[in-house]
Ligand binder design. Structure first.
Ligand code: DGJ
Length: 744
């Protein structure tokens, strides 16, 4: 792994033998982008990649040089107001009203390791030898502003992490109205733009569009990364599939308002920008202050989207997620939400937990409704003390009863919100986000606490820490059930109101940081009405997240498949719920509900007491299966085999790191009358190893990958031997085990 700097050509080359990233100081001192892709050998200069020519109607930087226009150079971190007319990475409003800036190279530094980002989640290293970081300092001499662009390259991974920091060392206040985390100018537009969009209960549906001249983007302005769009996009070459072709993945390690954009100019170059959404953003940088952008991670794959995803999975699973649970198989849980909603008391909870324990569940999670006057979603939020009508012995008493059953105990919070009907709101009506003189908007009958204020975060920390230290709580589900409106803070002056949304997220991160530090063995699961804040930012604190409130197995195929493009399986919260399903009123086989949830952190969201004896037996078998294979399912290499966005069948698989065990999930949405024979080509196996399939006839890895696995007769297991099951939402998990040593 090396970061080269060639003084004569003023060129940087970051490479690890897998990828190369090449930049150059341009004639005006700004930084130009020359190449990002598969590794190339280093050379003294790559100036031939800087194509310049004089073009009519172009504005040029220097009087004497008609060839040098920023409009026609690929840039690293473009400023605005000069000769480039595309959207900038940085926009600074100055005291005289100007937004023109000119940042020029001043110095750079290369170091082993990777510095943490102040107050923000980011990838990290465990050993400084794993990564190298280049920081380039540029300066706008007129303003006395310094810009630090940071690039980290990871040994053996086709990934780069980037961020920017602006320091105001001048004498005037500056207003940052755009400060992107990443800008990448590409030499052509021969890509498809892929994003993952949706809404509540149908998150991360894959959308593909051809890049065209003009701007295409996805964004959130809702105060959280949102159900609607995810801070992750891909640019792939036409024809790229799971295992072949070129694709670039761009992911923002951030949980608030974001913009992910591709701008294609009329010379067919493509500018990708990713960062905090400039819409509504206005950060005042007083003299002496600095601003750090969130981190963006970009991954190059020349071997299809599958390899890109596995790179993100490795990085995010082990160098973004942290803490005690990072590498540990996750406990099988039962959550009472869909079993009881608000209708429960201590005995009912214990009876749900007892049945679950009998079947092998390890963790009982008490969801919404245990605190304050919370008998519906109209009251109680903000009052984090046990509701004694429901829990006469408090949280500690219930936790004890659960632990006495031989299970761990988990608890739901929604720390950022308050109901008007709550003691917290009555004591501090000014602690909510609201704009003076205007009506405040409601979402799920609740208001948003002003997490940009330290005293608000401190108060919530005090209440939560009190509960977590007063009872044996092993897991926390952190929910967030509405978008942010009227984003105005009573604690900030008028010229800082554009900071509220980002400060709010910094407050969320601060609370997460303090809680995870104080309770290091507690497993945190993030949630925002399902997948409304499923992003890399929260993975830094909570190694798993509830991907969607939609627990229907059919819908979940798409949601989990879409989520897997960027996020590791160990982060995907997935539960078996009751039928008819509460979100779509659909009935799917119990086996399929479990077979879908198995490719996730796995749990149940129903009252097992309501199942038949036969179903309970099935549940026991599912849990035993999960305990045996969860390490492979959650931490193995994940391969997508067949897309639910393209037809009636879905297939995916996880392979153990030693490639001796593999689990193949195979799902058919609608049953077929007199259907064809079917097989699916597997991936990631050792071609020279012989595997048994479901303990039966062995096949070599090469057969399974090249000829394929016969799936024709597999079903939900609810038919007689030899009989082909006919039902909608049929599925099967094939278990492949290596049964002999390699035959090479
Ligand atoms: C939304 C979450 O996504 C659900 O799982 C549940 O926790 C409810 N909130 C509780 O209000």
């Amino acid at each position: 792994m090396s970061i080269f700097y060639h003084e004569s050509a003023r060129t940087f080359h970051l490479t690890n033998g897998t990828v190369s990233y090449i930049m150059k100081v341009l004639p005006d001192g700004s930084l130009g982008q020359l190449y990002f892709g598969r590794a190339v050998r280093d050379r003294e200069d790559f100036d031939y990649l800087l194509e310049m020519r004089s073009r009519p109607m172009s504005a040029c930087v220097f009087e004497e040089d008609g060839r040098f226009s920023l409009e026609h150079c690929r840039q690293e971190y473009p400023s605005c107001g000069s000769t480039d007319f595309r959207r900038p990475a940085l926009e600074l409003r100055q005291e005289n009203g100007s937004r023109v800036t000119a940042f020029a190279y001043r110095s750079h530094a290369v170091s082993a390791g990777k510095p943490a980002l102040e107050g923000l989640p980011a990838t990290y290293c465990e050993d400084p030898g794993e990564v190298e970081t280049l920081t380039v300092c540029l300066e706008d001499a007129l303003l006395g502003a310094e810009l630090y662009l940071s690039y980290t390259i990871f040994a053996g991974e086709s990934a780069l992490a980037r961020s920017a920091r602006l320091e105001n060392r001048g004498t005037q206040a500056l207003h940052l109205t755009a400060a992107m985390s990443l800008c990448l100018d590409l030499p052509d537009r021969d890509y498809e733009f892929i994003h993952f969009s949706g809404a509540w209960s149908r998150e991360r549906q894959m959308k593909v569009r051809t890049l065209e001249q003009g701007i295409q983007s996805v964004e959130s302005a809702r105060g959280h990364s949102s159900h609607n769009h995810n801070p992750f996009i891909m640019l792939r070459r036409p024809g790229t599939g799971e295992e072949e072709g070129e694709v670039l993945g761009f992911s923002l390690v951030y949980s608030g308002n974001f913009l992910a954009q591709a701008e294609v100019d009329t010379w067919d170059t493509t500018r990708v920008t990713l960062g905090i959404n400039p819409f509504g953003f206005d950060w005042k940088l007083a003299p002496g202050e600095r601003f750090q952008t969130p981190e963006a991670v970009m991954v190059y794959s020349g071997r299809g989207m599958g390899e890109m995803s596995r790179t993100f999975h490795r990085l995010y699973r082990s160098r973004l997620a942290r803490g005690y649970w990072r590498d540990r198989p996750r406990p099988i849980l039962i959550n009472n939400w869909e079993a009881t909603y608000f209708d429960f008391d201590e005995d009912k909870l214990v009876s749900i937990a007892r049945a679950a324990r009998e079947d092998g569940v390890e963790l009982f999670v008490l969801d919404d409704g245990w605190f304050g006057a919370r008998s519906s979603d109209r009251a109680g939020l903000g009052d984090w003390t046990a509701n004694r009508d429901r829990l006469p012995n408090g949280v500690a008493g219930l936790a004890r009863r659960i632990e006495d059953l031989g299970m761990r105990f988990g608890l739901w919070f929604e720390p950022e919100m308050v109901n008007k009907d709550s003691d917290l709101y009555r004591a501090h009506p000014d602690w909510i986000l609201q704009t003076p003189g205007r009506r405040v908007s409601y979402g799920r009958n609740q208001l948003v606490l002003d997490f940009s204020r330290q005293e608000v975060v401190d108060c919530v920390y005090g209440m939560m820490a009190g509960i977590l230290s007063g009872a044996r709580v092993s897991y926390v589900k952190w929910d967030m059930n509405r978008s942010i409106t009227e984003a105005y803070s009573a604690a900030l002056p008028p010229d800082r109101q554009g900071e509220v949304c980002h400060r709010y997220i910094l407050g969320v991160y601060d609370l997460y940081e303090r809680l995870t530090a104080a309770f290091p063995e507690v497993l945190f699961e993030s949630c925002a009405s399902g997948g409304g804040r499923f992003d890399p930012g929260l993975l830094y604190y909570a190694p798993q997240g509830w991907v969607s409130d939609d627990s229907d197995a059919g819908e979940r195929l798409k949601i989990q498949y879409g989520t897997s493009y960027c996020y590791p399986i160990s982060s995907i919260g997935a539960h078996v719920s009751a039928i008819p399903n509460h979100q779509v009123n659909r009935s799917t086989p119990l086996a399929t509900r479990a077979n879908v949830a198995a490719f996730g952190t796995f749990g149940y969201e129903l009252d097992l007491n309501r199942l038949t004896a036969g179903e309970r037996q099935q549940v026991r078998e599912q849990i035993a299966f999960m305990k045996q294979y969860r390490a492979v399912l959650q931490f193995g290499d994940f391969y997508r085999l067949r897309s639910p966005f393209q037809g009636n069948f879905t297939a995916w698989m996880s392979v153990s790191p030693d490639r001796r065990t593999a689990l193949v999930g195979w799902y058919r949405t609608l049953s077929e009358a007199n259907g064809p024979f079917r097989r699916v080509r597997l991936r990631g196996l050792d071609p020279d190893l012989c595997y048994t399939v479901d303990g039966g006839e062995p096949h070599y890895g090469d057969e399974l990958m090249r000829v394929g696995l016969i799936t024709t007769d597999s079903g939900a297991g609810e038919c007689q031997p030899g009989e082909r099951p006919i039902c909608d939402f049929d599925s099967h998990i094939f278990v492949l085990e290596a049964y002999e040593e390699k035959n090479t």
